[in-house]
Design a protein around this ligand. Sequence first.
Ligand code: ADP
Ligand code: MG
Length: 695
Amino acid sequence: MPVTRIAGVGPKLAEKLMRLRIRTIQDVLFHLPLRYQDRTREVPIGDLLPGMEVVCTGTVESTEVLFRRRRSMVCTISDGTGSIRLRFFHFNNQQREKLSEGTRIRCFGEVRRGPSSMEMVHPEFQSVRASDAALVAETLTPIYPVTEGLHQLSMRKITSAALEYLDKSTLPELLPSSTDLFQQLGEISISLREALLIVHRPPPEISVDALLEGFHPAVQRLALEELVAHRLSVQRVRQQARQLKAPEIVRPADAANDMRDQLIAALPFALTGAQQRVIDEIAADMATAEPMLRLIQGDVGSGKTMVAAAAAAMVVGAGYQVAIMAPTEILAEQHLLSFTNCFEPLGLKIGWLKGKLGARQRRDSIESIALGQTHIAVGTHALFQHDVEFHKLGLTIVDEQHRFGVHQRLSLREKGVGDGLVPHQLTMTATPIPRTLAMTAYADLDCSVIDELPPGRQQISTVAIPDNRREEVIDRVAAAIADGRQVYWVCTLIEESEVLQARAAEGTMLELTERMPDVAISLVHGRMNSLEKEQAMMKFKDNQTQLLVATTVIEVGVDVPNASLIIIENAERLGLSQLHQLRGRVGRGSVQSSCVLIYENGLSQRARDRIGIMRETNDGFAIAEKDLELRGAGELLGTRQTGAMNFRIADIMRDKKLLTRAKTISEQIQRQQPDFIAPLVKRWMGDEAPEYGNV
Ligand code: ADP
Ligand code: MG
């Protein structure tokens, strides 16, 4: 039911509510208060202390309009235990009359220490007759998150109206309430209606802290239902995918023609056990007609690219095309290079598509992909575009998948192979995701983990050095370069602005050029065009320059085995997973490598702890787990933009304990009450629910 069903909610108000993701009456009910006010009891004026937000009642002793720096109206009330001043900067005659001497008024506001006595500035007030002295609120008063032009009072009226609808029982119970399972929920086996009443209009004796921190059973009950709905929605996508068919990729009978074997035979190294295992898992998935939906998690440097290449070889060998996509141009270019090196000797054609491509080159690329002349198309988001049509797309590979939204992930599947077939899908991420989180965020994917690094990798030693010892760091850079090694210097800023980031990098570049005039330095930042970036990167890769000054654009994937030292400025401002990614730029060859984290003096304990973790471990999974604890899931998955994990009430970290329950309950619903799935998903995710083939 749309919010406009509520009396007083017209199109204008509805528009404001939309900004809060509120479209329906249900949405109103899931819009929880930020905090609560206690208007349930009156406090004697003599007991008031600054900072209290209270109701008090008193008789007006005097009201006067003062003309000091600002015109104001000051009214003094007292109740026999003490007196307080009410101060108004905006007022009219009517208000002034209401506060005439001798009137009893009840007011609500925050107590402050005024120039001569306690004050309330712009309190809410009403006159009361002595007889209704007991009249105060029955429940705590909710304060909601609002938006410009939407007042607390209207929000409260809207929620009251929504709660009345709830009383008329328009919100069916969708969790399996009658079953044993629900009983097992113990203290949180509260009905939806009851839970909503508690959070919106809590009784005075409730623990407000528990409510606000989300540990109260009522909030837990709501979070659980939301987690169940989320899980069901991703699994529904998964099931929709199962109804479709993908090409069966089988090994050729003639072993001599097996492209995967040819690729692997040409490598200068042997695959690790983990790489081999994951390649086998992929082969088994793709051998059936059910579309593969697999996520590969592998720490930086674990060799994901080779696994992707092996998967591509199987698919091309079976006569289908492959699309491989990365979130940034630099990364995509690197894949282009690796795939060209791997596959051109085998006689394959690699296509290239990115956002800014000359019209001619773009047309040629698209045509070659459409005609099936291109075997493997490498690119950025540009591969998603509507005019890109594949001749026979059998597999899409998405690198650093957490940077793409669920929706984009799905839309790539749409670029099917025709004949009603959809491509298999492989996604790769270098941000290892803790199991708990993966279970929820990627419930629609099977997961493989490359949990072994290629042999001979050295541990990267990490040190933290304060900014006032910068000279020492520069000496260290010079020494590494004199030793024939290469060095990264990463400049970071909190500002998201690319202009400022670029300026910081340019400044550092100048400083380092002055200090080391003989060293050839490259600069890479987000304000350079892709050709400039590529040229700078290439020079560094070819060891024409020995020092690369960069912003965090080099974060992922860049591969220069001769680089043995990385300096990261303002390390305290980056997340742990991001630091780990950056640090993974070194230690890719057989040289002993190190990472220097430069931090500003006067670190908080928290920042010190974080840097401590970086020094102690090189294990991406352990780091991700810590990162999740410290920063929350949205940051870690980089999904703030995509909304993939944008829960209304649930919070993955806080509600960790509910995740297994949510899994069990959703499985039970799938088995016993499948007709509840659609309404549950609609209730919690509305139009944002992912749908296969409808993105
Ligand atoms: P990531 O998982 O971070 O994407 P890459 O695929 O870029 O890692 O591999 C990192 C480096 O390790 C590359 O230089 C790659 O050639 C090399 N590599 C990959 N697999 C192996 C292996 N089994 N043995 C030795 N080196 C390998
Ligand atoms: Mg990679």
